[in-house]
Every structure is written in structure tokens, then in C-alpha cells.
Design a binder for this molecule. Structure first.
Ligand code: SAH
Length: 237
């Protein structure tokens, strides 16, 4: 029986390890934030990486539109330590290039592969272009833009889909910003099922980039929305 248990655990672990999901952070909102908000956003990105690093089953994390003030701020932090974040890919182009213009995206993207802890000190030298992330096989209809402002609710995460988080800190100033952007790009939208599981909270509660990411990471581990949402959103007193 003990052996059976061990077997089951091993199988469960293997299944989860095979979850190949991808999360993309769209950094195309620089001109809509003031300097303080750019600073906050970059902290949120660092928390996001940190959650991914500590995850039992990390996502492949793609950052797009890395080209303006957010990029500058990242460059200034810890000797551009973002360049050594494991499982990340950085592109100066917008996410639309992933299905529209794969050749030019391929030229500029850099990927940091593997685990930070096992990477050699010169991890920077490991940055390579990553055709698998940027191949034309990423179909437009596998992208889902996450936004609190849509009616469609996430029911599960699928390994073959890419979930986009809007890389913006706007203190709820811009309603429907990401919803409208997704519509213009012709991709689906979905919101976290917050109202369904956390009855005391508004259905359209807007969270930060890292909160959303942490919920996704937790869901992959537990396959349980209630647990995932509660682990990140503090309960009301
Ligand atoms: N006004 C911005 C809000 C930024 S919050 C907007 O138009 O989206 C940062 C990002 O976190 C959002 O762009 C969205 O991708 C994600 N997000 C925040 N709350 C969410 C929720 N309840 N459901 C799904 N995604 C959410």
C-alpha cells in the first residue's frame, strides 16, 4: 500500500511537471503610467518572477513590448538582474508578432532557460533565441487575454494556451483598457472566477500582475480555484 501511495505521488508530480502552460506579460502600456506606477509595476514583475521561481511547476514566462520606460527601469535594477530570471523570454515587439511576424520576433527575443539555482554564474551567456516559443505554430486562437472586465470566466488552464496579463499599474484608472486591446487583436478574453468562489468580493475585482500570476501558479499546483484565490486574496475581516 505504501508503495502504491508513493507511486501515485510520483505520478501526480509527473503530471504536474508536464503542465506546459505559458504566461505572457504585455508591457505595452508605458505611456499610460507615471514614474511611480512604472516603479510599482517593476516590483510586481519581480514578485511574479519570484513566484515562478518558487513554483513546483513554473510557467514559461514571456514579456513583450520590452522597449520603453519599464525596460529602462528594469535595466537599472540590480545590474539588470531581470536578464538572469529563469524561464523567461524577452521581446521588444508586441505580442501580436508571435502570430503575425515570427521572423523578426525571432531575431530579437532572448530566453533564459533552466533553473537559476543550477545556472552557472555566467547565465547571461546562456541567453539564446528560442524558436519553440516563437514558432508560427502559436496560433492566434490559443491566446487568452486576462481581464477583470469581461463576462467570460476561466474554468481551467490548458497547457497549450498562452495567458496574457496586462503589464500595467493604473489604480483602476483605465476601465476596459485590456479588454479593448484584446478585441482589437482579435483574441479571446477571460476573467478569474472571483465572484463564483469568493462571494464577499466583487465579480470584477481588479488584481495586480503578480497576484494574478500567483493565482495561476497555485491553480496549476492544486487545480482548485477556491484554494488558489484564497491563497492570494486575503479574506475580509
Ligand atoms: N485597467 C487595467 C487593469 C490592470 S491590472 C486593465 O484594463 O486590465 C493588471 C492586469 O492583471 C490586468 O491587465 C489583467 O490582465 C490582470 N487582472 C487583474 N484582475 C483580473 C481579474 N479579476 N481577472 C483576470 N485578470 C485580471
Amino acid at each position: 500500500d505504501e508503495d502504491d501511495d508513493e507511486d501515485k505521488k510520483r505520478q501526480a508530480k509527473k503530471r504536474k511537471l508536464e503542465f506546459g502552460g505559458q504566461v505572457l506579460v504585455d508591457l505595452g502600456f508605458d505611456e499610460m503610467m507615471n514614474d511611480k506606477e512604472i516603479v510599482s509595476l517593476c516590483s510586481q514583475l519581480a514578485y511574479t518572477h519570484s513566484a515562478n521561481r518558487n513554483a513546483s511547476f513554473p510557467f514559461s514566462l514571456v514579456f513583450t513590448s520590452v522597449n520603453g520606460r519599464t525596460h529602462q527601469r528594469l535595466e537599472s535594477l540590480g545590474d539588470a538582474s531581470y536578464k538572469r530570471w529563469a524561464n523567461t523570454t524577452w521581446m521588444s515587439e508586441s505580442y501580436e508578432h508571435l502570430w503575425k511576424d515570427t521572423t523578426s520576433a525571432q531575431d530579437t527575443a532572448t530566453t533564459v532557460a533552466g533553473d537559476v539555482q543550477t545556472a552557472p554564474a555566467s547565465a547571461l551567456e546562456q541567453m539564446v533565441s528560442c524558436p519553440s516559443v516563437l514558432s508560427p505554430t502559436i496560433a492566434q486562437n490559443t491566446f487568452v487575454y486576462l481581464t477583470a472586465d469581461t463576462e467570460d470566466e476561466l474554468t481551467e488552464l490548458k497547457p497549450n494556451e498562452t495567458y496574457i496579463i496586462g503589464g500595467i499599474c493604473d489604480h483602476n484608472r483605465y476601465k476596459n483598457l485590456c479588454l479593448n486591446k484584446a478585441k482589437e487583436s482579435g483574441i479571446r478574453t477571460a476573467r478569474l472566477p472571483i465572484g463564483r468562489y469568493l462571494a464577499s468580493l466583487p465579480t470584477r475585482k481588479v488584481l495586480t500582475v503578480n497576484q494574478v500570476f500567483e493565482i495561476l501558479v497555485k491553480w496549476v499546483e492544486t487545480k482548485d480555484w477556491e484554494e488558489s484565490l484564497y491563497s492570494v486574496i486575503p479574506k475580509r475581516k
